[in-house]
Design a protein around this ligand. Structure first.
Ligand code: ZN
Length: 124
C-alpha cells in the first residue's frame, strides 16, 4: 500500500488554501517538520499528526532570486525567498518582504499567484 506524495501533502496544501500553516508533529519524539513525509525525519516514527502553526518564526536563511526558475515565477522576480524556523520548530520556505535578514522575527501571510496560495513572510 502506498500513497502518492500529493496525498501525503494534502493537509498542508488544504491548510494554505484556508490561510493556515500546517506541519507534522511526531508523537514519539516531538520533532516538527513542514515537508510532508511518511515518517519522522528525526526518529523514523510514523506516528505523525498534522497541527496548525501560529505562523511566527525566525529567519534562518535568505536568498535573493533575480531570475525566476520558471515562467510561473517570472512575473514576481526579483523576489526574496527565506527559510523560517517556526516557533513550533519546523522549518518552512516561503517568499518574504525585501530586506529581511537572518535572525529577524517574521510572521507568515499569504498571497495568491496564478491561482495558488503562496506564503509570504513579513517582519513582525
Ligand atoms: Zn520523531
Amino acid at each position: 500500500m502506498s500513497a502518492s506524495i500529493s496525498e501525503v501533502a494534502r493537509p498542508f496544501v488544504q491548510g494554505l488554501a484556508a490561510g493556515e500553516l500546517r506541519y507534522q508533529s511526531c508523537a514519539d519524539c516531538g520533532a516538527a517538520q513542514t515537508l510532508a513525509h511518511y515518517a519522522c525525519q528525526h526518529c523514523g516514527s510514523v506516528a505523525l499528526a498534522w497541527r496548525t502553526a501560529g505562523g511566527v518564526g525566525t529567519v534562518y536563511a535568505v536568498t535573493e532570486v533575480k531570475r525566476a526558475p520558471s515562467d510561473e515565477y517570472r512575473p514576481l522576480a526579483p523576489y526574496t525567498l527565506v527559510i523560517v524556523e517556526l516557533d513550533e520548530g519546523a522549518r518552512l520556505m516561503g517568499h518574504a518582504a525585501p530586506g529581511v535578514a537572518i535572525g529577524q522575527r517574521v510572521r507568515a501571510g499569504f498571497f495568491e499567484h496564478l491561482g495558488r496560495q503562496l506564503i509570504r513572510f513579513t517582519p513582525g
